[in-house]
Design a protein around this ligand. Structure first.
Ligand code: ADP
Ligand code: ZN
Length: 675
């Protein structure tokens, strides 16, 4: 027996367990939470000391820790507890979870002084406005609870939720604590940063995916060293080990982008709640359209509920007109009496005309890019498909075909590749087509298109925003990129060109997503005018619940109806779901692996009584049956509790050596993306 000290380390490698190492005698100080470098096979890897003074089980010859890393801060007990929760809840190796807590680069060579571009906009300080009664009472109610609590701030678009966050943060900072603000990547606009930076000059740091690794590292250290007290970021900012943490705020908590879809498939909302719990601080979730999970947790009083039903300064909620496109086929005409394009109703056209004549701004929303979704040969029925993905190619810019999943591109040929006649026709509708048609209908207006083709980086986004703010742009045409967060003074008319996109996606959250999107998009209109904003929703399904309840601005009515469907089928929030995705290059092997895995699942279930109520559905082909050259099969697990699913998955996947070569299993707990 060696008398040397041994510790367990969470090593940054795909390992289920902690590894034991000896502490060399020249390493005179070691503590839990400290970063170390250790040997792993022939490599040197980083890790975090998880337990000190463990007794080795003597079978293996233990290796020595190479050195400790003074470069990285020691992780607190509460932070480590939180990392452990993530690791077990999402079945992800603890060492790889722990590694996410550190910045991508070394601290050395920090270059805040000579940084070329400013990560946080320079801005004049501003003082807070007089709070509304609703804002005051929400703030009081939130502050009346000590320690950990989850609060939902349910406020209509434009009710001043951000002002509530700013106020709460102010009080947290006054206590010498730090604040974490999580927003969807897409709403991390210069507008939003300016609002925070002007209220808290010099105290804000930001982390998002458009920063360079150097910038991310610098922002991270600003927080750790206490140079800034407020961290604003997309979901990954949650991992920054802020101490002491005084509040976590998550705006637009319903946003599906808070769920990471690859590697560690965590939901930042749920992780934020646990983070607040281990840090004994409040977490405030904000939304105009809360997720049904959160809504249900308020109904069962797990979360505290706070509501704001009025827009600030008595600004009105938008007026929503729903146009049944089935009745719009023939009669539509423009000013000169010419027929209108098939996608626009008379009412939307007339209102656009009026808006431009008054010198106000309008936005058209369509959740589809390009000119047409399908390119079809009318003689033989041939459809251009992506060779890597089971999906048709989208037409862009006359003859440029693109796969929206893997970016495969091809040129549209005049001749059909399958038959000689070749009568190729683009079918469908996208933002590019809207732009073309609108430029023809309104030759004098300035149009800006905001979709992934036009807006590829932050400076494109900033340009779009400033041309809207300055009034240069008359018409904004965009995808969901323009649905969220944006706040333009002159924008009084919003048109939803085809609300139906998304209604029939094979996903139990399809109706919820549509309702959220419609409400969010509508909320962009008339945020600053005395007159209510105008919204035109064009649809082929005017009776769809998402549309009816959006029109009536009736969130709770929608939630009530949708929850009753969910309850019947035991979908979240009434049950828990996990998806097991089997992917691989060879179709037959993927099928074989999926079938065998399901079979093993059934055997496991029959052996262990606690799994009696579990439902194992599938395997079935995933809705996206092939993606980026890989075939995909799905097994869906439904259970009454997360713990049951977690245990089941752990047992089922403990040993995966039997899986056919070239196949891979991805486990997704609480999946948000069913495709
Ligand atoms: P939400 O996040 O709920 O959509 P915001 O926080 O963006 O709403 O507020 C909408 C607008 O109202 C913003 O321009 C904001 O500056 C303004 N605002 C918020 N609170 C007040 C207030 N108490 N008095 C005056 N204006 C306010
Ligand atoms: Zn593709």
């Amino acid at each position: 027996m060696s008398s040397q000290r041994c510790v367990q380390v969470a090593v940054d490698a795909p390992l289920k367990e902690l590894l034991t190492y000896r502490v060399p005698s020249d390493l005179n100080f070691i503590e839990e939470g400290m970063s170390v470098t250790v040997p792993l096979g022939k490599r040197k890897v980083k890790g975090v000391v998880w337990k000190i003074d463990v007794t080795p089980n003597g079978e293996f010859k233990l290796k020595d820790i190479i050195d400790s890393s003074s470069e990285r801060p020691v992780l607190s007990k509460s932070h480590r507890q939180w990392l452990e929760w993530i690791s077990s809840y999402y079945l992800h190796p603890i060492g790889q979870v722990a590694a996410l807590t550190f910045p991508p680069l070394k601290q050395k060579g920090r270059s805040t002084a000579n940084a070329k571009k400013q990560v946080i906009p320079n801005i004049d300080p501003s003082s807070p406005p007089e709070l509304t009664e609703e804002q005051k009472s929400c703030i009081e109610a939130i502050q009346s609870v000590n320690g950990y609590a989850t609060h939902l701030l349910h406020g209509v678009t434009g009710s001043g939720k951000t002002e509530v966050y700013l106020h709460l943060m102010h009080d947290v900072l006054a206590q010498g604590k730090k604040a974490l603000v999580l927003v969807p990547e897409i709403s991390l606009t210069p507008q939003l940063l300016k609002r925070f930076a002007s209220r808290f000059p010099g105290q804000v740091a930001v982390i998002h995916s458009h920063l360079t690794e150097r910038e991310k590292t610098d922002q991270w250290w600003k927080m750790i060293l206490g140079e800034a007290q407020i961290l604003i970021g997309a979901r990954s900012a949650l991992f920054c080990p802020l101490e002491p943490l005084g509040i976590v705020i998550m705006d637009e908590e319903h946003e599906p982008s808070f769920k990471q879809d690859e590697k560690l498939r965590y939901h930042a909302r749920d992780a934020a709640i646990v983070r607040a719990h281990t840090s004994h601080c409040p977490v405030v979730l904000g939304s105009a359209t809360p997720s049904l999970e959160t809504w249900r947790n308020c109904q069962t009083q797990k979360y505290h509920y706070h509501q704001m039903v009025h827009r600030v300064s008595e600004r009105k909620m938008p007026e929503i007109e729903v146009v049944d496109m089935r009745e719009e086929r023939q009669k539509r005409r423009d000013q000169e009496g010419q027929p209108l394009p098939f996608w626009i109703s008379q009412s939307l056209y007339d209102r656009l005309l009026e808006t431009f004549q008054k010198g106000e701004q309008a936005a058209l929303f369509l959740n589809r890019r390009g000119l047409a979704q399908t390119i079809l040969c009318q003689s033989c029925g041939y459809v251009y498909e992506c060779p890597n993905c089971a999906i048709s190619l989208t037409l862009h810019a006359k003859n440029h075909m693109v796969c929206h999943y893997c970016n495969y591109t091809d040129r549209l040929t005049e001749q059909c590749p399958q038959c000689a006649d070749g009568d190729i026709h683009p079918l469908g509708l996208g933002t590019e087509l809207l732009e073309e048609d609108m430029a023809r209908l309104f030759p004098d207006i300035h149009i800006c298109r905001a979709d992934r083709d036009e807006i590829q980086n932050r400076s494109d986004l900033e340009e779009m925003i400033s041309s809207m703010e300055s009034g240069k742009t008359d018409l904004l045409i965009g995808t969901q990129m323009i649905a969220k967060g944006l706040d333009f003074k002159g924008l009084t008319l919003v048109g939803l060109v085809m609300a139906d996109v998304g209604f029939s996606l094979p996903d139990f959250r399809a109706a919820e997503r549509s309702f959220q999107l419609l409400t969010q998009v509508s909320g962009r209109a008339g945020r600053h005018s005395e007159m209510p904003g105008q919204v035109v929703i064009q649809t082929y399904n005017p009776g769809h619940a998402s549309i009816r309840y959006t029109q009536d601005n009736d969130y709770s009515g929608f939630a009530h109806e949708e929850l009753s469907h969910r309850e019947e089928l035991r979908y979240p929030p009434f049950g828990k779901v996990a998806s097991l995705k089997i992917i691989g290059l060879h179709h037959d092997r993927v099928v074989q692996a999926a079938e065998q895995l399901a079979q093993r699942g059934f055997v496991l279930q029959s052996k262990f009584p606690p799994y009696k109520d579990l439902q194992i559905l599938g395997p079935t082909q995933a809705p996206m049956a092939k993606l980026r050259g890989k075939f995909r099969y799905l097994i869906l697990l439904k259970g009454s509790s997360h713990k049951m699913l977690e245990n089941f998955c752990q047992q089922l996947t403990y040993d995966l050596k039997w899986m056919p070569a070239g196949t891979k299993l991805q486990i997704d707990m609480d999946p948000m993306n069913m495709l």
